[in-house]
Design a protein around this ligand. Sequence first.
Ligand SMILES: CC(C)(COP(=O)(O)OP(=O)(O)OC[C@H]1O[C@@H](n2cnc3c(N)ncnc32)[C@H](O)[C@@H]1OP(=O)(O)O)[C@@H](O)C(=O)NCCC(=O)NCCS
Length: 159
Amino acid sequence: MTIRPIDNDEIQTVVSVLRRAFATVAERFGLTPENCPKNLAFCTEDRIKDDLERGLRYYFLEDGAEVCGCVALEQARADMCYLGRLAVLPEHRSRGFGTALVRHALEQARAIGVTRVEIGIISEDTRLKDWYGRFGFVQTGTKTFDHLPFLVAFMAKEL
Ligand SMILES: CC(C)(COP(=O)(O)OP(=O)(O)OC[C@H]1O[C@@H](n2cnc3c(N)ncnc32)[C@H](O)[C@@H]1OP(=O)(O)O)[C@@H](O)C(=O)NCCC(=O)NCCS
């Protein structure tokens, strides 16, 4: 298993991994292109191109030659990064790949020199919340957004 930055010509693979991984989230929480067009289950190449233009750093996890998952870091302030776009394909879950991606993202964040990493998740997803808690993320608040049909929980970890 290896984790590496994506190449510029791999945007279509990012889209495919995100759409397939987040399809299970969309199904679980009843998210559709109508009620939640921003969900990554419906992401497009333009969205990823926009991410890259905004400076998001994407990483792939590969098992052999197969891309099984991804994660992205966005430096939002001199001292803080957002961790997002965390996705492992359904058929590769529960093998430690998600944990490896989070650990890698935290190492990269340290290497950049930030002291804090933040995430936003569906507040109702208590299993995911507990899982992030095991890496040291602590809930800092919740918020509703007009364009999202669920409550968002924010979590942060000091490095
Ligand atoms: C969250 C996710 C990346 C974990 O990937 P993974 O490779 O299975 O992670 P690991 O193997 O390191 O850890 C597995 C553990 O994740 C935990 N977990 C966290 N969220 C989970 C979820 N929504 N469903 C199932 N398990 C989840 C479970 O405790 C699981 O333990 P188990 O294997 O005993 O069932 C993966 O479930 C996924 O891609 N989910 C859809 C996208 C998503 O929710 N991304 C996070 C958005 S911020």
